[in-house]
Design a protein around this ligand. Structure first.
Ligand code: UDP
Length: 325
């Protein structure tokens, strides 16, 4: 059993990863500044004897070094995330996502620690291809549009991680997440499914941006966490980037209809221009579908829950939150 550090371990994905690592018998240190993470995400395991939680920021190099000491595996998930948050505060995005990652990689290389770097499908930008493979080009928009600060910051992290692998033999794996969803995800930062489910449970309308023809693939966080752990435990996976997500596309309009059908078929869809949702300098990604064959070939597994199963799980969780009894 290994001692693991999970940065961002109180976040949506990080808390599920922490639970799963504890279940597998590992020891876990969580480092989280509780900005988008929440202490309550760890409620189910907060008393666990193999868990310790450090409340602080990865931007503090002393705290980061202390948290890394003695760990065999580092899951680096702490970051500024969410399209809305990132569009609102590009300075924080760049500061949180780039410098601490470099500090972490340097220390891990010196101590020969295994590392997982959480990246994002945002690095492909608006690549027009039907399905994105890891070796595809990155297509960012102009720097006057703050959205691209997020993808660019994560692309720098990937360059750094791959460089530390090549130069110092750092055992690192990079995962590009594609629209990870599930219980504990909140809608404040723009995530579409928790927003739609909240709107539907309040009686509607469900607010779809633009024409709703945008396409995404949604993966359940449990399956994403399983993919991450398997990648880290597969030595041949090191030194590469992996798409991690579902490869089943759905339009946002269709997603809204499926949620409405489950909650109350009388609810209406309302369409809102991007300008009114995000402001003038926003640009959306119209289509985002991964090719996950590299992941499947390497670990013999890929996220495969259907959207229906995923929505049922999220709606059940949201209903429990609203009415715990
Ligand atoms: N979206 C929407 N209504 C919302 C939030 C998002 O129609 O309340 C759309 C958004 O324009 C995008 C898609 O849903 O096309 C996914 O948005 P999200 O922010 O969840 O993720 P990302 O854009 O990073 O894929």
């Amino acid at each position: 059993m290994a001692r693991c550090l999970v940065t961002g371990g109180a976040g949506f994905i990080g808390s599920h990863l922490t639970e799963q690592l504890l279940e597998l018998g590992h020891e876990v240190v969580v480092l989280d500044n509780m900005s988008t993470g929440r202490q309550s995400n760890l409620d189910r395991v907060s008393e666990h004897p193999r868990l310790s939680i450090r409340n602080g920021s990865i931007t503090d190099p002393v705290l980061l070094a202390e948290s890394m000491a003695g760990a065999e595996i580092i899951y680096h998930l702490a970051a500024a995330v969410g399209v809305k948050l990132v569009a609102d505060d590009p300075v924080r995005t760049i500061e949180t996502n780039i410098f601490p990652t470099e500090v972490l990689l340097r220390a891990a290389a010196a101590a020969k620690q295994r590392v997982f770097i959480a990246s994002t499908s945002e690095v492909y930008g608006k690549n027009p291809k039907e399905r994105w493979v890891e070796e595809d080009d990155l297509h960012f928009g102009p720097t006057s549009r703050p959205r691209w600060a997020y993808g660019c910051s994560k692309a720098i992290d990937e360059f750094l991680a791959l460089a530390y692998h090549r130069k110092f033999g750092l055992p690192v794996v990079i995962g590009r997440f594609f629209n990870v969803v599930g219980p504990r995800q909140v809608g404040h930062y723009g995530m579409v499914i928790p927003r739609f489910v909240d709107q539907a449970l309040k009686g509607g309308p469900v607010v779809v941006y633009d024409d709703g023809e945008q396409v995404r693939c949604f993966a359940h966080v449990k399956e994403v966490v399983n993919s991450i752990i398997r990648l880290v435990e597969t030595p041949a996976a090191q030194g590469f980037v992996y798409n991690i997500g579902s490869d089943a596309p759905v339009s946002i309009r269709d997603l809204a209809s499926q949620i409405i059908e489950r909650v109350d078929p009388r609810i209406e869809i309302q369409y809102l221009a991007y300008r009114d949702a995000y402001g003038d300098d926003f640009e959306d990604v119209r289509r985002r579908v991964p090719d996950v064959s590299r992941l499947a070939a390497r670990i013999g597994y890929k996220p495969s829950m259907t959207l229906g199963e995923i929505l049922d799980d999220i709606i059940r969780w949201k209903r429990e939150q609203r009415d715990p009894d």
